[in-house]
Structure formats: structure tokens, C-alpha cells
Design a binder for this molecule. Structure first.
Ligand SMILES: NC(=O)c1ccc[n+]([C@@H]2O[C@H](COP(=O)([O-])OP(=O)(O)OC[C@H]3O[C@@H](n4cnc5c(N)ncnc54)[C@H](O)[C@@H]3O)[C@@H](O)[C@H]2O)c1
Ligand SMILES: [Zn+2]
Length: 352
């Protein structure tokens, strides 16, 4: 087992290791005096891992309650949030108790937001069961739900008390979801860790899963530690996401997030190469690794469609897009791109 210490508005540990799911009770007990532990899980994850988490928590002396939500982004909604709060209130859960998010980013974001607001804030623990949640969403304290007008429109910065990541739970993850997580893992290599990128190119992520998760969590910890509230450096984590979000939106969210991020990284790196901001070998290394992990590097959406979607993105503040641009593998820069120059970037990125 490996421990990563995170220091933010609240200090906590991210524990990564096989078998941690069955130790949930004692691990959670070590960080809280709560009497009741509420496990929130999706309807696909609950039958797989809910019972084991519940058994361990019961054995550690918690009164265990379980709230199951439909799988999918739709649960990260005002309705899903209201149902969870209603469940807590009806069961007389109080702010000294603890919520346990068992699942992917949807479960983690919803549960974290509920924890940050129910009775003005209670502890929560993340047990990520997707690769994306393990390397990204479970760490760093961004919680959110969606509004009909857009994703993550309501949320808070609220750190968990503990993150327990048992990589064995990833064995049941559908291949496509695993690949999406791989896109985020590759992102970490490109944005700040060339030796790690080379390891990913040489050895499949599955064969070095604990090392991969620990490395990504460590990098995210370092970034979040310097910019918890997303005012500067944390934007680096958006590599591939500006174009990626546009691809997701244009596809009506049929292109999965990780696939869209892969496309986004490829487009922005192609554009960087065309404009003399990186060498050809940087672009080639990126396209090679994305291909190796079965991730797409191209899109059929037109330049016009993508530009329109990017201009509508909430991250475009003051008419300027802060684009994350690779200069070489392991080194990226935040470049302010005025709205009027977005099309030129997309054209340089190979879009027509
Ligand atoms: N808070 C953050 O910092 C942050 C960062 C990135 C993404 N996010 C959010 O995360 C969400 C995406 O998260 P995700 O990619 O984990 O998707 P997800 O939570 O929807 O999970 C993907 C699918 O996998 C299933 N699943 C989960 N674990 C499984 C397992 N071990 N075995 C079998 N099936 C399993 C789920 O039921 C679901 O159908 C988005 O809402 C996004 O906005 C948040
Ligand atoms: Zn992402």
C-alpha cells in the first residue's frame, strides 16, 4: 500500500493498495468519530462492492446506511442531490456522521457536494472505483452537480477526510471506461512528467496500476497544494479539455470524456507543432501513445461547430481562452488565446 499526503484547506491521505476496500471500516474509523456511515453508490457499483464496504464498516462499529443512485451523469443533478439530502434527513443523519462515496466521478462529485452542504458540512470519504476517479476526481476537493444549462454549474471546494483506492475494483470496469481513465493518466505525463510518460509508453497502465495511480495523485496533490481554488496553476489539468469539452458537447455527449480529452490533446499539440511551439517528435510521441491505448486522435466535427462550442464554454473568461499548450513532453504552458484566434488554432490543429 502507498500513502500520498495531501495538504490543502484540510489535510488528508490518499491510500492506494489492493485489499483496501475490505479495510474501509478501520480506515474510516481512524479519521472520524462518526456513528453512522452512509454509503452512496451507483446501481452498477453497489451490487459489486457495496456489501464488502458495508460489512467492513459494520465490523468497525458504524451504523451503516446505503443510498443507491442510478448510474450515469443524470444523477449529478438537482433532483439527485435533493434525493440524497432527503435520505440523510429521513434517517436522522447528522453532521458528525460520514458519507462514503463508492464509485466513479459522478458518485464522488454528488456525494462530496451533499457532504459540503448538508447541515453546513460533514465528513466524506472517497472510494474511487473508476480509473478517472482514482487519478483525478477523488482528489483535490472539487465537488459539483449539473444544471440543465451545463455541467458542474453548482458546486464547492470541499476536501474529503480520506481517499481509499483499491485498484482491484478497477478489474470490473468496462474496457472503454478504463481507456478513458488512461487519457487522463497520459495527460499527467504530457503536462509535467516526461519519465512517467515514457514508462506509460513502455509498460501498459494495467501492469503498473498502483504506481500509475500514486504518481498521478502525487502530481495532482502538488498542483492543488499550490492552487486549491483554481485561480492559476490548476488550469494546467485542463490540458486537452478546452477542445475536448467542445467535442463532447458537439457529440451530444456520445463521445466519452476521456476520448474527447485524447482528441483535444492531439488537436492542441498538432496546432502547437504547426506554429513552431513544439517539435515534431513531441507530436509523434503523443499520437503514438494515444493510439497504443486505443484512444482517438481525430474528430469529424467541423472547425465551425467546434469553435462555436468552445466560445460557449464557461471557461472562456473575459473573451480569452486559457489554452494549455505542450512545448515538449513533460512541459506545458498556459497561453491566453483571444476568442478571435480560436479558429486559427483549430485550423492549425488540423480541423477544417
Ligand atoms: N471533481 C473533479 O475534480 C472531477 C474531475 C474529473 C471529472 N469529474 C467528473 O467525474 C464524472 C465522470 O466520472 P467517471 O468517468 O468516473 O464516470 P462515472 O462515475 O459515470 O462511472 C462510469 C461508469 O462506470 C461504472 N462503474 C464505476 N466503477 C465501476 C467498476 N469498478 N466496475 C464496473 N462499473 C463501474 C459506473 O456505474 C458508470 O456507469 C463527470 O461527472 C465529471 O464531471 C470530476
Ligand atoms: Zn477530464
Amino acid at each position: 500500500m502507498t500513502a500520498v499526503d495531501v495538504s490543502a484547506s484540510r489535510d488528508y491521505q490518499v491510500l492506494v493498495g489492493a485489499g483496501l476496500l475490505d479495510q474501509a471500516g478501520e480506515r474510516v474509523r481512524a479519521v472520524t468519530k462518526a456513528q453512522t456511515a452512509v454509503i452512496v453508490a451507483g446501481d452498477r457499483v453497489a451490487p459489486l462492492y457495496g456489501e464488502r464496504a458495508a460489512a467492513s464498516l459494520s465490523a468497525a462499529g458504524f451504523r451503516v446506511l446505503r443510498h443507491t443512485i442510478p448510474h450515469g451523469e443524470g444523477s449529478k443533478s438537482l433532483a439527485g442531490y435533493g434525493e440524497l439530502l432527503g435520505f440523510l434527513a429521513e434517517n436522522r443523519v447528522n453532521r458528525g456522521d460520514v458519507l462514503i462515496a463508492l464509485g466513479g466521478g459522478v458518485t464522488g462529485d454528488l456525494t462530496g457536494f451533499a457532504a459540503s452542504t448538508y447541515q453546513r458540512g460533514m465528513d466524506f470519504v472517497q472510494i474511487p472505483t473508476t480509473l478517472l476517479a482514482a487519478v483525478d476526481s477523488s482528489v483535490g476537493g472539487k465537488t459539483a452537480i449539473d444544471l440543465p444549462t451545463g455541467k458542474n454549474q453548482v458546486g464547492s471546494f470541499y476536501q474529503p477526510a480520506l481517499v481509499l483506492c483499491d485498484p482491484e475494483t478497477l478489474n470490473t470496469l468496462p474496457e472503454e471506461e478504463f481507456r478513458c481513465g488512461c487519457a487522463e493518466v497520459i495527460k499527467y505525463g504530457v503536462l509535467g512528467n516526461a519519465p512517467f510518460f515514457n514508462e506509460l509508453a513502455k509498460t501498459p497502465i494495467r501492469e503498473q496500476i498502483e504506481h500509475v495511480i500514486t504518481t498521478c495523485v502525487g502530481m495532482k496533490r502538488d498542483i492543488v497544494g499550490q492552487d486549491e481554488f483554481d485561480r492559476g496553476l490548476r488550469q494546467m489539468l485542463n490540458l486537452g479539455h478546452s477542445v475536448g469539452h467542445a467535442v463532447e458537447a458537439c457529440s451530444g455527449f456520445t463521445v466519452l470524456h476521456g476520448q474527447a480529452v485524447a482528441i483535444g490533446m492531439a488537436v492542441v499539440t498538432r496546432a502547437a507543432y504547426e506554429q513552431g511551439l513544439c517539435f515534431r517528435n513531441t507530436l509523434e510521441a503523443l499520437l503514438d501513445i494515444l493510439d497504443k491505448y486505443g484512444l482517438p486522435t481525430e474528430t469529424d466535427f467541423s472547425l465551425e461547430e467546434l469553435a462555436a462550442a468552445m466560445l460557449a464554454d464557461k471557461k472562456l473568461s473575459g473573451g480569452v481562452l486559457r489554452l494549455i499548450v505542450p512545448r515538449e513532453i513533460g512541459r506545458c504552458e498556459i497561453m491566453p488565446v483571444p476568442a478571435g484566434e480560436i479558429k486559427a488554432w483549430l485550423r492549425a490543429g488540423g480541423l477544417r
